[in-house]
Design a protein around this ligand. Structure first.
Ligand SMILES: Cc1cc2nc3c(=O)[nH]c(=O)nc-3n(C[C@H](O)[C@H](O)[C@H](O)COP(=O)(O)OP(=O)(O)OC[C@H]3O[C@@H](n4cnc5c(N)ncnc54)[C@H](O)[C@@H]3O)c2cc1C
Length: 401
């Protein structure tokens, strides 16, 4: 019998376990992950950026946790010798019409009390000599790291602290009974006083298994990346982002120097017909049915048809993808960019077709569920872990002896 059992071996699940052992060193805790390695899905397939919190609505969990989380992530990396770099990023306005959007973003960052400055074209060229821009915002606190390495470090730390870790263990059913939760897996049954669902792309299915009613559905959006040929890496010194369109903040490909020295371009955002589908042809009948029978999907599709179509074209037509990169770095040519891996975002959607913007956590009687943890949840993971522990109901805490 465990006191706390966490489902999901991504960065959110392991950060939560890390927070739990710090607060309750005597508690019996387990983490269950269906894959044979930590960070196999979103956490191990992302851009590796330690975000500063520039984009997020003032007052939102994302804004608060990205700001605090980037500081705690950098401190964690320093404390545990994890290679990282606070290299800064520029958000570049390449056309006149983007200048008012850049001003609006600048106002937002003032409200979020972030250290961001407006820079001229000349100042931009000193930072990124190959960029084409009229002006930019400079964010010095943004960094890079390998989140898989962070997650593996968390796993070692919690294991040393006595947490039981189960890889290759897939949760098939849950039952909240009076004093405990029974968790059925392919490796047998587990019992826990309290359950924490950090299952990313499958979190809504576990909410359903726990018999909690929500209107939410996880809709998967694949993000495909390209890598720059070695001899062209010098064109990108740090992180080069476009000014986001406020209506579609997660669209807009960027150029990112990774901690291993490579440079990635992407990701785009295309609907994925498989929750863990990393190829253009990936298809899973259950996942596809889930999308197409959800009324929210059709409402979203209707109102975002044009942007969705553009993303599909950009996915299948390399020249179109390269064109969006050339707006930022005109010297790049199609032959300089090579397709590489993809990641799939777990994005919660409501029945009215709206995407849930903020992090979203709900509670059952003996469980807590992370229902929406898209970007910047890797950056914010240590803070999300603390927040989950803070939200545990009083009786879950006092029974730890
Ligand atoms: C393309 C892309 C780029 C991104 N870029 C960034 C970035 O630069 N910076 C940033 O901060 N954030 C970024 N993000 C967001 C970030 O990666 C995620 O928000 C974060 O990794 C979420 O972590 P998680 O632990 O919730 O999910 P995951 O990493 O997906 O982990 C969930 C785990 O639960 C397991 N699981 C699911 N169901 C079960 C079950 N039934 N039984 C057992 N285990 C189960 C899965 O196997 C998985 O390992 C990006 C995301 C994507 C997709």
């Amino acid at each position: 019998m465990y006191q706390f059992l966490i489902i999901g071996g991504g960065i959110v699940g392991l950060s939560t376990a890390y927070s739990l052992v710090q607060k309750y060193p005597q508690a019996k805790i387990a983490v269950i992950e269906k894959e044979v390695e930590w960070a196999s899905h979103q956490t191990g397939r992302n851009s590796g950026v330690i975000h500063s919190g520039v984009y997020y609505k003032p007052g939102s969990l994302k804004a608060r946790m990205a700001k605090q989380g980037s500081a705690s992530m950098v401190a964690f990396c320093k404390a545990h010798d994890i290679k990282h770099e606070v290299c800064g990023k520029v958000l570049v306005a390449t056309e006149q019409e983007e200048l008012p959007r850049m001003e609006a973003l600048y106002e937002r960052v003032q409200k979020n009390k972030l250290n961001v400055t407006k820079i001229t074209r000349e100042e931009l060229l000193e930072i990124e000599p190959h960029v084409n821009g009229l002006a930019a915002l400079k964010v010095p606190t943004t960094g890079i790291v390998d989140y898989k390495q962070v997650t593996e470090t968390l796993a070692s730390l919690i294991q040393e602290a006595g947490v039981d870790l189960f890889l290759g263990t897939k949760v098939k059913n849950l039952e909240e009974v009076q004093e405990e939760v029974v968790i059925d897996t392919n490796q047998g049954s587990f019992k826990s006083k309290y359950l924490i669902n950090c299952a990313g792309l499958h979190s809504d299915r576990l909410v359903k298994m726990a018999n909690i009613h929500t209107d939410l559905k996880i809709v998967p959006f694949r993000g495909e990346y390209f890598t720059l040929a070695k001899e062209k890496r010098h064109l990108v010194k740090g992180l080069i982002y476009p000014i986001p369109n406020p209506d579609f903040p997660f669209l807009g490909v960027h150029l990112t120097r990774m901690i291993d020295g490579s440079v990635h371009a992407g990701p785009n955002a295309v609907l994925s017909l498989k929750r863990e589908g990393y190829h253009k042809t990936s298809f899973n009948p259950k996942d596809a049915m889930d999308i197409f029978t959800y009324p929210g999907f059709w409402k979203m599709a209707e109102s975002n048809m044009k942007e969705g179509w553009k993303e599909i074209v950009r996915s299948f037509h390399k020249k179109t993808f390269v064109k969006s990169l050339q707006r930022l770095v005109p010297e790049l040519e199609a032959k300089d960019v090579i397709p590489t891996h993809a990641g799939v975002r777990a994005q919660a959607m409501l029945k009215d077709g709206k995407l849930v913007d903020d992090f979203y956590i709900i509670r059952g009687k003996r469980s807590i569920h992370v229902c929406n943890a898209p970007s910047p949840a890797a950056t914010a993971s240590l803070e999300i872990g603390k927040e989950i522990v803070r939200q545990l109901p009083h009786d879950a805490q006092i029974k730890v002896s």
